[in-house]
Design a protein around this ligand. Structure first.
Ligand SMILES: [Fe+2]
Length: 243
């Protein structure tokens, strides 16, 4: 049973799970990062190609990566996808982000994961309490658009073919989300996983547990590719995209 349907959301490969961010030993560090731009300076950040001030902050160092991983492990996130992922020993965390935005003026529907056979998943959960009305739009199985509001104490997890977009909106203070990318620890699946997991951030943990640091030239090329897609000079990727 690799693929599944969330009947309540009428969406493919999506889960809503309970989460208690304040139960982890790193919650103070995490909330500090969410609240302070100064504290976030040691993280790497990048922006997507659509019209929003959204920024994705991720670890530059293995030390900070380990703090995110500690949160991932203490929350027991892996158990939610264990029935779907092909695992040798453990569900692997590939990357973690703080997603921060205060305005978005247009939708950007996309699937993070496509043709990955649910070997990779994304988790999103709010770190601030101001995300009302500034949630996520997604494509239902019947083609209509559904709406998901982020809630404190709940995480949305999704794998293949979950087509979604930030809901356009504006907020006086930045809305902060926590995001994890994770999945199989088998390196044989990496070619399908890396199309999503290795296109964002600077430091990525591969399925075999080895760290991969994206070279500057690769980040530059990907940035040019995103810019060309935005103005219609290049086709969107077919294998999933983190944006
Ligand atoms: Fe996405």
């Amino acid at each position: 049973m690799k693929k599944f349907t969330n009947e309540e959301m009428a969406a493919p490969n999506a889960l809503r799970v309970a989460i208690d961010l304040d139960s982890t030993s790193e919650s103070e560090w995490l909330r500090g990062m969410a609240a302070s731009e100064t504290a976030r300076r040691k993280l790497y950040w990048q922006s997507p190609p659509w019209r929003s001030d959204i920024r994705w902050y991720s670890a530059r160092s293995e030390r900070d990566f380990a703090r995110f991983r500690s949160i991932f492990e203490q929350l027991g996130i892996a158990r939610h996808v264990r029935p779907y992922v092909d695992v040798e020993r453990e569900v692997r965390l590939y990357n973690s982000f703080l997603v921060i935005r205060s305005q978005c003026t247009e939708t950007n529907f996309h699937a993070d994961w496509a043709n990955a056979n649910n070997e990779g998943f994304t988790l999103l959960t709010p770190l601030t309490a101001n995300s009302d009305g500034f949630g996520l739009l997604y494509r239902k199985l019947d083609g209509s658009v559904g709406e998901y509001e982020y809630k404190a104490g709940e995480a949305l997890i999704f794998g293949d073919d979950f087509i979604h977009s930030t809901k356009p909106g504006i907020s006086a203070d930045p809305v902060v989300l926590l995001c994890f990318n994770f999945g199989s620890d088998k390196i044989e699946h990496w070619p399908r996983i890396e199309r999503t997991a290795a296109r964002q951030g600077i430091l990525i943990c591969r399925p075999d547990g080895r760290f991969y640091r994206r070279p500057m030239i690769t980040r530059f090329r990907n940035g040019v590719g995103r810019a060309l897609r935005k103005i219609g000079l290049r086709r969107p990727p077919t294998g999933g995209s983190p944006y």
